[in-house]
Write a protein that binds this ligand. Structure first.
Ligand code: GLN
Length: 270
């Protein structure tokens, strides 16, 4: 009998082909092109075992990003662990809007609240090397992931530990505040479906109706925004009007929303 070849794993029909290749890239530490060029190589038993254990975890629903330990966002590779939300392509509209807000400002000051993996803050810092970027999170474990990402990507971001504005020094003013806070209602069935089940609850839901943290961020912004400064937040598909109302009540003008890649009003600001 022929010894098993790498090919036998590449043809694993239990998972989508892209996922099989991503898991094998991770197990072997080789790029995809290498895998395909070496598909007749003999398969080491420890490789087969490591692959099988990841495949089993994937089959029981664990997100790919946690299995391979990274996810692309704004063209950068971010490390992720189960301590942080996995960056979503929909959130790129928040970064793009942030960069537009900053376009005419020299050396702008930016604050990202609830930074998680640091994807938003670091993407801004990389696109605007002159910016002074601060990012807060209540989770020390999340901040460790953000710090690793800032280091890997050579981004300069000041990380502070605390809930929303708690760790932001009094009197510190920003040209722009951004946040992708938890905004899913605690009774939303979405929390029990798919990848989301494995993500930190505290990054997804405010434990109430979904607007509590958004409201806290809006109410605290006044003390930390420079004159003419802006606040932009991500929110749920059905929260745009409610968030615009929160902003308007807090005295923001030119309040509006923007759509994500799926055409859903995903961020609001003013
Ligand atoms: N958009 C995410 C989801 O629906 C939630 C992200 C968040 O709560 N900030 O899974």
């Amino acid at each position: 009998m022929m010894p098993p070849q790498l090919k036998t794993l590449l043809l694993d029909a239990r998972l989508p082909r892209l996922e099989v290749r991503m898991l094998l890239e991770h197990v072997l530490g080789k790029p995809r092109a290498w895998l395909l060029a070496h598909d007749t190589d003999p398969l080491a038993p420890e490789v087969a075992a490591a692959y099988e254990s990841l495949a089993q975890r994937r089959l029981s629903g664990e997100p790919m990003a946690y299995l391979v330990g990274h996810r692309e966002f704004m063209g950068h590779r971010f490390r992720v662990t189960p301590d942080v939300l996995i960056p979503r392509p929909d959130t790129e509209v928040l970064v793009e809007t942030a960069l537009e807000c900053l376009a005419d400002l020299a050396a702008p000051a930016v604050l990202d609240l609830g930074t998680g993996s640091g994807a938003i803050a670091i993407s801004i810092a990389l696109a605007r090397r002159d910016a002074r970027v601060m990012a807060s999170d209540v989770s020390a474990a999340a901040l460790a992931v953000a710090a690793a990402n800032a280091w890997d990507l050579a981004a300069s971001v000041r990380l502070v530990e605390g809930s929303w504005y708690e760790a932001v020094p009094a009197g510190e003013g920003f040209d722009l505040i951004v946040s992708n806070p938890p905004y899913v209602a605690s009774d939303d069935p979405h929390l029990d479906q798919g990848d989301v089940r494995f993500e930190p609850r505290g990054a997804l839901t405010d434990g109430a109706g979904g607007l509590e943290d958004l409201a806290r961020i809006v109410l605290g912004a006044g003390r930390h925004l420079k004159r003419g400064g802006a606040l932009w937040m991500e929110h749920g598909w059905d929260q745009a009007q409610a968030v615009r109302d929160l902003l308007a009540q807090a005295g923001f003008d030119a309040v509006h929303s923007r759509r994500d890649l799926a055409g859903i009003e995903r961020i609001s600001g003013g």
